[in-house]
Design a protein around this ligand. Structure first.
Ligand SMILES: *Cc1c(COP(=O)(O)O)cnc(C)c1O
Length: 383
């Protein structure tokens, strides 16, 4: 039976049912390192050792797979562990083409680890397909994008890039953290791998770190599982349970957070101390039409520039409900200073080129009362 996403958030695959002899509604936390065998050559549970597989993690993977319309999902200890596992797919001398304004930690991963492993990374404005075409050569193995991107909210056409990638025999990887599977399903648009920082909207409560790799390609799924079991960054049973618990409310959280974000965008747009607002749901946003064509929403991440560093410092000092902190996607609204917090490892020239200036702020809109959030911003912007 096919069911809608709100139902999948709660039940995962329809018919998966209750999970054990005690008929618990909430999936149990199998807090065990190992599983016993009855006799040689007979492993009736299918589980051996938790680094490799665990029922609680497996259930979380099934739920995330169901949400992403994926056949396979693997859960990792963090979004970065998930990205690292995907980067392990590439042999030395491989080349990959990435969106230029990626999550800062991913750019650091390329510099500190991928380069050392002989993987060459090119950065491009992937919202223009010609930039990707110009970089593809016989060593290119993948295109890796974020859409909307972090923190500039640039939109890349997933269908168009997937088509080009497949014509050239390379894969498309999409980091879907910002919209979550509630608003966007890149696999349906042609992506080969979808990545998530589960620490953000999936878990949703600013209380746990996790990451996911989803795919419909059996060969890629098998390689990712092997990398996970070999390198050992698989998600712990308790954290797997926390993600599942968070996911049950994904649909209502995404809707309300987006509703709050849209109202805050309207407030910011007309505030005299705000220079520019970057939000994919604004008709004047560069990627507005493409985002509408490939997703069901514009999410709850807003970036904006203020008129001066003084204003920026005042806002960060004076906010009372909104918390000056890194991360996003949770129940609490968080305000981040990308130049200092998420992208300090990106060279200054590159930051300036991308628009990550010293007056840019990023706001992750949470579930608080919207009026309270707007009042908080109002008083923080006042001199
Ligand atoms: C946070 C984030 C990551 C990294 O995930 P962690 O869970 O923090 O390791 C990767 N991509 C995006 C878009 C993110 O926001």
């Amino acid at each position: 039976m096919s069911v809608n996403i709100e139902t999948r958030c709660i039940h995962g695959i329809p018919g998966a049912g209750v999970c054990d002899g005690n008929r618990a509604i909430s999936f149990p936390i199998y807090q065990t390192a190992s599983f016993s065998h009855i006799k040689t050559g007979h492993n009736d549970s299918g589980f051996d050792y938790t680094r490799e597989s665990n029922p609680t993690r497996q259930r979380a993977e099934e739920v995330v797979a169901a949400l992403e319309k994926a056949e396979y999902a693997s859960a990792f200890t963090s979004g970065m562990a998930a990205v690292s596992a995907v980067m392990e797919l590439f042999e030395p001398e491989s080349e990959i083409i990435c969106s230029e304004d990626l999550y800062g930690g991913v750019i650091r991963l390329h510099r500190v680890i991928s380069n050392k492993n002989g993987v060459k990374v090119h950065y491009a404005d992937t919202s223009d397909i010609e930039n990707i075409k110009a970089l593809i050569n016989s060593d290119t193995k993948a295109v890796y994008i974020e859409t909307p991107s972090n923190p500039m909210m640039n939109i890349t056409d997933i269908r168009v890039v997937a088509k080009l990638a497949h014509e050239r025999g390379i894969i498309l990887i999409v980091d879907n953290t910002f919209l979550s599977p509630y608003f966007q399903n890149p696999l349906e648009l042609g992506a080969d791998i979808v990545l998530h920082s589960g620490s953000k909207f999936l878990a949703g409560h600013n209380d746990t770190i996790s990451g996911f790799v989803c795919t419909n390609n059996a060969g890629l799924a098998e390689k990712i599982k092997l990398i996970s079991k070999t390198s050992g960054a698989s998600l712990a049973p308790f954290d797997s349970w926390l993600v599942m618990r968070g996911l049950k409310t994904l649909a209502v959280r995404m809707e309300r957070q987006q509703e709050n974000a849209k109202r805050i965008v309207e407030f910011l747009k007309f505030h005299p101390k705000i220079d520019h607002v970057y939000y994919p749901g604004l008709p004047e946003h560069k990627g507005y039409d493409i985002n509408i064509a490939q997703s069901r929403g514009s999410g709850s991440m807003i970036s904006f520039t203020v008129d001066s560093i003084e204003t920026l410092e005042r806002v960060l000092k004076k906010v009372k409900i909104i918390i000056f902190a890194e991360s996003l996607g949770g129940t609490e609204s968080l305000i981040t200073y990308p130049a200092l917090q998420t992208h300090p490892d990106v060279p200054k020239e590159m930051r300036e080129h991308l628009g990550i200036t010293d007056t840019l702020l990023r706001l992750s809109v949470g579930l608080e009362n919207c009026e309270d959030l707007i009042n908080d911003l109002k008083q923080a912007l006042e001199e």
